[in-house]
Design a protein around this ligand. Structure first.
Ligand SMILES: Cc1ncccc1N[C@@H](C)c1ccc2c(c1)OCCCO2
Length: 115
């Protein structure tokens, strides 16, 4: 039979942890650029440059549709939000700084929760 999951990353607690982490991301003051999909009509070049768009509302939808296997696959999508941000935005810009702040916050929170 399947090996019993041993850590929060894999066991049944993984998904409630994802929902909690996402709620904290959405509530963060610097979340505003990441709450909804980037409208490529409002942001010239975005569709060409960013091959795999991702945002917090899409992650929320994927969680609701049980599309994440575990905390690991959830973290991959959250990091995609921040990697897209770094690719498209200058570090020294409103959105660029927000992305760095959010990544720092997220990295701190999930590592704290996994201890
Ligand atoms: C995460 C990200 N990366 C690159 C560009 C935009 C975004 N976020 C979107 C939601 C956004 C933020 C600010 C915006 C905007 C759209 O509409 C165009 C007008 C200026 O204001």
């Amino acid at each position: 039979c399947a090996k019993k999951a041993k850590t929060a990353k894999d066991d049944k607690n993984g998904l409630p942890l994802c929902r909690m982490l996402l709620a904290e991301l959405e509530a963060h003051r610097d979340a505003w650029p990441f709450l909804t999909p980037v409208n490529h009509k409002a942001v010239p070049g975005y569709r060409k440059v960013i091959k795999k768009p991702m945002d917090f509302s899409t992650i929320k939808e994927k969680l609701a549709n049980n599309q994440y296997l575990n905390l690991e696959t959830f973290i991959i999508d959250v990091n995609l939000v921040f990697d897209n941000c770094e690719k498209f935005n200058e570090d020294d810009s409103e959105i660029g700084r927000a992305g760095h702040n959010m990544r720092r916050f997220f990295d701190k929170r999930w590592t704290e929760l996994l201890q």
